[in-house]
Ligand binder design. Structure first.
Ligand code: AGP
Length: 607
């Protein structure tokens, strides 16, 4: 998704903007640019990686201490130099960067064209610069306001003009925007990590707000002009947390952070007896006891985390639960009742489909609980209750530690609901709590067992298809393992319940085809072994994920990735780790860009 940067202060803006854009690279982009004002506005922009922009700047450095920058992820128009942001009006006096989509851009463009405007790009964003110039009559804020009134859609827009040279005006309509408050300098960004090394004090801009940024700070108003008081949020994230540390990729670093993430997510929320305190979850026991059904909605990896929640709520709490893809739920006309609890899961808290599904649930009268990693994200603001996952900033496009924190959050929620509904007794609560507290050490152990994973990666690096199977909770992990492999290695992969294999996919199992099998659910172990035998009989190659104590699997599998013994209910948390590492190593062996897989964006803020 597009990234936004802005700077006003005493320093040269160019290097600060480019540095910020680099820190936003994880959002995914295909071109980048900056505009700097120093009397006149200088624009530098280039398709491709930020290195191309840097080369341009090096050959012709723009000068000025106020500027805006952008990384673009193409929606309207190909990723070209001309379509890269910033965009100016024909006079070059007004310049805009924009994140999101102007839905009525065709009609606005037609209107501007009939008035004589000529456009140099194919983007919807360029019309904003034209409109602002047209609407300007001596007050930039008012020109922006009138432009917003004309433009439909969900976006964030940042504007600068040589007519009012010491300010940046920005608007948020859904797409995220934060202001970083420095000492005599102010920053603007689409995400906190972009400027965390400059300041820890932030103003989170909300939907339908306009902010005027100067070196003295920022003034927030509603789009309609009412003054807004906003508390400064102090962010405690360690600046180190947003860097790669000693690892060669953010993904590997984030995989290794998982034990700490579990500890953080549990901290001060769970005692040894399984009693749970969730600080931003406001419902009482009477509410929890009266829930008819739980809807879980999410996309991608967050959906796979929801599959685990669904299974736990159903199996352990005996509570009807459905996990639904947010993009399906929003158009499915679901029967969501007033006594239903909707849980929307999103690492970023900005995924457009998940936000829409969450809104649908709220409009249907359901209470809405969000599980998200980003404080102040849009999803958190829609929610009645929030369960923050405390995974810290996740930079790699492929989600790992945020996923793990989503699992932990759901175990906590299950304990909380189970206690209120009387479906989790003291013995089970104590057992699960004990197991949860042991998980960080267990994951550390799994992380140390990298050699067999590398061997497994070497064995599938040239495969054309890889299958993942499991039952129950293992099926949910199979889904996540398969997605990780796809997005990082670009190998074709599919996951399915182990029992489903014989209903069709078995036709694709021939000599040497790799099948990754999860075997952590003791109640269905023999059933999964039957599927393993079906694969072996067709010459397929088995890579198993199994407990240390499982001696039988060695007779069936070609390779075994071991995890320490634990409660089956908690095993997904450990079993996913070898699969994350497997995907990582296959991608590494294939020479791929691991942190930014092709065609993917960290935060999918368009439908
Ligand atoms: C994860 O590896 C993905 N790249 C992707 O599936 C992601 O989980 C999905 O887009 C949802 O994102 P969210 O958690 O920020 O809502």
């Amino acid at each position: 998704m597009c990234g936004i940067m802005g700077y006003v202060g005493p320093q040269e803006a160019g290097p600060i903007l480019v540095d910020g854009l680099r820190r936003l690279e994880y959002r995914g982009y295909d071109s980048a640019g900056i505009a700097v004002t120093n009397g006149a506005i200088s624009v530098r922009k280039a398709q491709g990686k930020i290195a191309n922009l840097e080369a341009l700047i090096a050959s012709d450095p723009p000068s000025g201490s106020i500027g805006i920058g952008h990384t673009r992820w193409a929606t309207h128009g190909a990723p070209t130099d001309a379509n890269a942001h910033p965009h100016t009006d024909p006079s070059g006096e007004f310049v805009v960067v924009h994140n999101g989509i102007i839905e009525n851009f065709q009609s606005l463009k037609a209107e501007l064209t009939s008035g004589g405007s000529e456009f140099v790009s194919e983007t919807d964003s360029e019309i904003l610069a034209h409109l602002i110039a047209r609407e300007y009559d001596g007050d930039l804020v008012e020109a922006v306001r009138r432009t917003v009134a004309l433009s439909e859609g969900a976006y964030a827009m940042v504007v600068m003009s040589r007519r009012e040279p010491r300010k940046i005006v920005a608007v948020r309509k859904i797409s995220p925007l934060v202001v970083g408050l420095g000492d005599g300098e102010t920053f603007l960004a689409s995400d906190i990590p972009a400027v965390l090394h400059h300041t820890r004090d932030f103003l989170i801009i909300e939907d339908d707000e306009l902010v005027v940024v100067t070196e003295e700070g920022a003034v927030i108003e509603s789009i309609s002009g009412e003054a807004v008081e906003r508390e400064v949020v102090h962010i405690d994230w360690d600046a180190e947390q947003a860097e790669k540390g000693g690892f060669d990729t953010f993904m590997l670093k984030e995989i290794h952070e998982q034990p700490a993430v579990i500890t953080e997510t549990l901290a001060s929320r769970l005692d040894q007896n399984g009693k749970v305190w969730l600080e931003d979850v406001g419902f009482d026991d009477a509410y929890a006891a009266a829930i008819d059904r739980v809807w879980i909605t999410a996309c991608g990896t967050a959906f796979h985390a929801g599959l685990i929640g669904q299974e736990i709520f159903r199996r352990v709490l005996r509570l009807p639960a459905n996990v639904e893809y947010a993009h399906e739920l929003r158009y499915a006309d679901p029967i969501i009742g007033a006594n239903d609890l909707t849980i929307a899961i999103s690492q970023s808290g900005e995924t457009a489909d998940t936000l829409a599904a969450a809104r649908l649930a709220v409009d249907s009268g359901s209470r809405m609980l969000s599980i998200t990693n980003v404080v102040g994200s849009t999803l958190s603001r829609y929610a009645d209750d929030i369960l923050y996952t405390r995974a810290g900033p996740e930079i790699s496009v492929a989600s790992t530690k945020a996923y793990m924190a989503m699992l932990i959050a759901q175990y906590l929620l299950a304990l909380r609901l189970g206690a209120a509904r009387g479906t989790v007794d003291a013995e089970l609560a104590g057992r699960v709590a004990h197991g949860l507290h042991l998980l960080p050490a267990a994951i550390e152990e799994v992380l140390e067992r990298e050699a067999p994973v590398i061997a497994a990666a070497e064995s599938i690096v040239d495969a054309s298809d890889v299958y993942f199977i499991g039952r129950g909770l293992d099926y949910a992990i199979a889904m996540e393992g398969s997605l990780k492999l796809k997005e990082l290695s670009y190998l074709h992969s599919e996951a399915m319940p182990a029992g489903e294999l014989k209903h069709g996919t078995l036709a694709l199992i021939t000599d040497g085809v790799p099948v990754v099998v999860l075997l952590t659910q003791r109640a269905v172990y023999d059933k999964v072994i039957s599927a393993v035998q079906e694969v072996k009989a067709r010459g397929g190659r088995i890579i198993a994920v199994a407990y240390d104590s499982d001696t039988e699997i060695a007779d069936h599998a070609d390779m075994v990735l071991r995890i320490p013994d634990m409660e089956d209910l908690l095993a997904p948390v450990a079993a996913v780790v070898p699969l994350q590492l497997l995907a990582y190593h296959v991608a590494r062996l294939r020479g791929h860009d691991i942190d930014q897989p092709r065609n993917l964006a960290k935060s999918v803020t368009v439908e």
